[in-house]
Ligand binder design. Sequence first.
Ligand code: SAH
Length: 214
Amino acid sequence: MFETERESMVRHQLEGRGIIDRRVLDAMRMVERHLFVNEDDRPYAYEDRPIPIGSGQTISQPFMVALMTQTLSLAGDERVLEIGTGSGYQTAILAELAQDVFTVERIAGLQVHAKRCLDPLNYTNIHYKTGDGTLGWSSQAPFDRILVTAAAPRVPQKLFEQLKIAGRMVVPVGGRLSQELDLVLKKTGGKMQVMHRGGCIFVPLVGKDGWERD
Ligand code: SAH
């Protein structure tokens, strides 16, 4: 279903705006985004915008999912920590492109819903946890890649600690209303290098090392 819409999304919103990672483009051609939104919203699932998924949260715009995933630079053998499962759509894209995905969501109801969408797709490499993702997932650390899909006031320290040397973290950092997409590198000796990858707008990352409330 929606093959034409999906192909058009990849052509115009992704390739047309500079997404060049073949594996990312292929994954976004494969994964059926409409399965991750409410039935009433399915006709809009391939449009160039975020869509509400309940509990005041949104499924990110397709271009932003592609840009974040491309910025992670995945070869296929990585262990990835994702903070903010949300709809589970980004989780599915990561599961296509990495070895294992560890995904943490603060709102239990959203994670249940995401799991219900993902289970029929038969990924065997997704691991779920409900809780405050600003603290990471210490028993599974360290990670090759970390993706934060909610807006942080600063780079969460525990997440940086749980990143491997030579690892990459992608995280929106800034104010509550708008942020910069940051690519955070962990260099030899544990030094942090931050690069900006453009402006973005995400819902707040709420937790111990994030914002105090929604
Ligand atoms: N990748 C998701 C984006 C969802 S929006 C998608 O495309 O559907 C961001 C998500 O981050 C929301 O579901 C929100 O509940 C979650 N979130 C916010 N703060 C969090 C925290 N401290 N730990 C885990 N998840 C958090």
